[in-house]
Design a protein around this ligand. Structure first.
Ligand SMILES: Cc1ncc(COP(=O)(O)O)c(C=O)c1O
Length: 285
């Protein structure tokens, strides 16, 4: 496998970063995760805009956004992915700084790492619906930044899998926020509810597409918190993410949702989503 690291295309075994990289010492960096559908990078601009936002909020010096697509396309060619669906991981850390100290120098060069993976098709597995567990949110107060500092999410996802669940959903002060790697939606009386954008959640690209598609099809979307003590009123739930797409939630902790079946409106929204993906027919550009 050939990866991109700091201006070079190198075999994975040769991709080395200094132990004084601030990404290694402080988790001082951000990332993005993009996928292709029909050989086209899905919502590429939106992902790049979110990357710019994350970098800007952390004051990481990186401006070569115009080069990212070319790097991805070159990686796709070198790794023989042009005819396959693939995923892109982009990580930008603040870079190397010696000696170790908390405060960063303004003039250091960021470390840029990009690699591709063949996409795994999870749709058949996930479309039956998944169990989620609720977990108190112990993350920092800037979940709007796609930071590589992911320990609470790592612990929460691991706990979910150990509890035979797919995802942990973070809650705070009676509010349901989002999953460890997904956004969370509920359906009540044929209207959709999801947490509003703020510092408490990541502005998911799939979330954005789902909201757009619902509104275009006259499904009302309320960007309002689903409250823990109102959970029982909701008829359906689903989670969204680049990898997870739109996945029905059929169990929360020990309680079945909709008798353990994917919800009706969830399936309709999924169909809008698949139609939207298939309308994006283009070459890898
Ligand atoms: C905390 C969190 N929320 C939501 C999402 C979903 O975002 P997207 O739809 O852009 O993949 C992710 C994706 O990794 C995430 O980490």
């Amino acid at each position: 496998m050939i990866v991109f690291l700091n201006d070079k295309f190198v075999p994975l075994e040769k991709a080395k970063v200094s132990v004084f990289d601030r990404g290694f010492l402080f988790a001082d960096g951000v990332y993005e995760f993009i996928r292709t559908y029909n050989n086209k990078l899905f919502e590429f601009e939106a992902h790049i805009n979110r990357l710019k936002y994350s970098l800007n909020e952390l004051k990481i010096n990186f401006n070569d956004f115009d080069k990212i697509k070319d790097i991805i396309l070159k990686l796709a060619v070198i790794n023989n992915f042009t005819e396959k669906e693939f995923e892109v991981y982009i990580q930008i850390t603040r870079g190397y700084q010696f000696p170790r100290k908390h405060n960063f120098n303004e003039d250091i060069n960021p470390t840029v790492f990009i690699f591709l993976n063949e996409s795994e098709n999870l749709r058949d597995k996930l479309n039956k619906g998944v169990k989620v567990i609720l977990e108190e949110d112990k993350r920092w107060n800037r979940c709007d930044i796609k930071s590589i500092s992911l320990i609470p999410a790592v612990l929460a996802k691991t706990k979910a899998l150990k509890s035979s669940a797919f995802e942990s959903i973070f809650t705070k002060d009676n509010k349901i926020l989002e999953g460890s790697h997904t956004n969370f939606f509920g359906v009540y009386k044929n209207e959709v509810y999801t947490a509003p954008l703020s510092n408490l959640i990541l502005s998911g690209i799939t979330r954005k597409v789902v909201i757009k598609l619902c509104r275009a099809n006259n499904i009302k979307v309320n960007e309002e918190y689903i409250k823990l003590d109102e959970l029982n009123f909701f008829e359906e739930f689903f989670i969204t993410g680049t990898k997870t797409e739109i996945t029905p939630v059929v169990q929360i902790n020990d309680k079945l949702v909709n008798n353990g079946m994917p919800g009706k409106l969830t399936s309709i929204i999924q169909k809008y989503f698949y139609d939207y993906i298939n309308s994006q027919r283009n070459s890898l550009t």
